[in-house]
Structures are given as structure tokens and as C-alpha cells.
Design a protein around this ligand. Structure first.
Ligand SMILES: Nc1ncnc2c1ncn2[C@@H]1O[C@H](COP(=O)(O)OP(=O)(O)O)[C@@H](O)[C@H]1O
Ligand SMILES: [Mg+2]
Length: 242
């Protein structure tokens, strides 16, 4: 089992070079480059159809046709299957929340395979998500959209992954739930998790991320530091407006 704590600090947690991907004959990524330091939170923003989801899928090796280099803590992942990539310590939380509707919250948290040492326990996860703690005996299918999102993220944490790829975790959720998810992500950031956050909501991204990368037409076209939110908004606006 790969212990990410032993990873050399200077290696990027995730590095993507010249990543290209296709759906059938239709090319969706045209050479994406990303470098994410351990403990860094980066936001990927861009219009619908820009390629954000495809980048996360290609990092996990889920597409039948993709080229380029993906490495995780300096280890080349390009030849690895998705389950082998997960064992390098990356966890992918797709837009469609991957939970079991007919299992309880606790059962959902018991099932994920451990891919890395030092995985969070069920208790630790439930302490990050007070809503889920109250509903731990409830079936997944009876949770609200926000609770299902929290459970989906909880399942990734249960694996021990320390690099999280999160696809639009706040999509369609009420503002009060979005704030809870924001608090939880801040807690993960403080614990040193590396996060790639795909988000439409630029305000949300700028509160969490260290750096924001704009994706347009299947390529990374601009990036900026998130520390100065007003400047970042000005820089990124043209990649987001419709
Ligand atoms: N399953 C698929 N089959 C064919 N084309 C797809 C599929 N998923 C996405 N695409 C296309 O790939 C491009 C990038 O899509 P996507 O990565 O989903 O963008 P985003 O997440 O930024 O909205 C779009 O042109 C989209 O239509
Ligand atoms: Mg998407």
C-alpha cells in the first residue's frame, strides 16, 4: 500500500502534461497542463462543455482514448488502470453522486476499499458532516441532495485518498448547504488534503482555492492566484461569461 506521507514533499501531488482525450472521434481535450502542489487547492473554472469533467475523468484514466502524462507524487500513472491510479491516493467524486441508495449512511461509509494508509474512520468523517451523523442509520436514497453530496465525499475520504478531484460539489444545492460544504472543504484543506475543485460558482472557488485555472475549449488558457479575489474575477471573467 502506498503511504502518501512518505511522498517526497517537493514532488507535485498531481502533474498533468499535454493531456488529450477523445470521445469516439470527437476530441475533447487538446493538451492540458496542470501542476498541483501537496496541500494546494486549485479551482478549475470554465463554461459548460469546456472540458473540466473530462480532465478529471482523464486523470483517473476513465476514458478509452487519451494521451499525455499524468503523475501522482512523482509516480507515472499513465499506464495504470483507474483502480490502480486510486491506489496512488487520488479520489474522484463525480458530478453524479456515487452512493448506494439502498444502503444506510454507515453502510455506504463501510464499503469503499482502502487505497492508502491513514484513511479517515467513519467517526472522523461523521464529525466533519454533522448532518450525516444524525442520519447515519438512514438510507442513502432518502437523504437530501446536499447530504448525498456529503456522503459521496465521505466515501472518498474513507479510502484514504489525500488528493481529491471534486466535480461541482455544490451544483443544485441550497445556499445553506453550500456553506456547510464550504466549511467541510476548509477543514480538509487545513488537514493538508490536496484538492482539485471543479466549480461554476467563482465566488465559492475564490474563497477556497489557492489558485484558479480557467479551462476553455479543452485547454488550460489562464491561471491566477486566488488571494486577490477582485483581480482574479477580472482576469477570469472573459473565460466564464456566456
Ligand atoms: N460522454 C460523452 N460523450 C461524448 N462527448 C462528450 C461526453 N462527455 C462530454 N463530452 C463532450 O466533451 C466536451 C467537454 O465536456 P465536459 O468535460 O463535460 O465539460 P465541462 O465539465 O467543462 O462542462 C464537450 O464538448 C462535451 O459535449
Ligand atoms: Mg462538467
Amino acid at each position: 500500500m502506498y503511504d502518501v506521507r512518505l511522498a517526497r514533499e517537493e514532488e507535485p501531488a498531481l502533474e498533468v502534461s499535454d493531456l488529450k482525450a477523445w470521445y469516439g472521434d470527437s476530441q475533447a481535450l487538446f493538451g492540458v497542463n496542470l501542476r498541483v502542489r501537496p496541500g494546494e487547492v486549485i479551482g478549475l473554472v470554465g463554461r459548460n462543455g469546456a472540458g473540466k469533467t473530462t480532465i478529471l475523468r482523464a486523470v483517473m484514466g476513465l476514458l478509452s482514448r487519451q494521451t499525455g502524462r499524468v503523475s501522482v507524487h512523482g509516480r507515472d500513472a499513465q499506464a495504470l488502470r483507474p483502480s490502480e491510479r486510486a491506489r496512488l491516493g487520488i479520489g474522484y467524486c463525480p458530478e453524479e453522486r456515487a452512493i448506494f441508495a439502498s444502503l444506510t449512511v454507515s453502510e455506504n461509509l463501510a464499503l469503499p476499499p482502502t487505497v492508502a494508509a491513514d484513511a479517515m474512520t467513519e467517526e472522523e468523517i461523521l464529525s466533519l458532516f454533522p448532518n450525516l451523523k444524525i442520519r447515519r442509520r438512514e438510507f442513502g436514497g432518502r437523504l437530501s441532495g446536499g447530504e448525498q453530496q456529503m456522503l459521496a465525499i465521505g466515501r472518498i475520504l474513507r479510502t484514504g485518498a489525500r488528493t481529491l478531484l471534486l466535480d461541482e460539489p455544490t451544483e443544485g444545492l441550497a445556499p445553506v448547504i453550500v456553506r456547510q460544504i464550504e466549511k467541510m472543504l476548509i477543514a480538509l484543506k487545513q488537514r493538508g488534503y490536496t484538492i482539485v475543485l471543479v466549480e461554476q460558482n467563482l465566488g465559492f472557488v475564490l474563497r477556497l482555492a489557492d489558485r484558479v485555472v480557467a479551462i476553455e475549449c479543452g485547454a488550460d488558457v489562464a491561471q491566477c492566484d486566488a488571494a486577490d479575489a477582485a483581480q482574479a474575477e477580472r482576469q477570469l471573467a472573459r473565460h466564464l461569461s456566456v
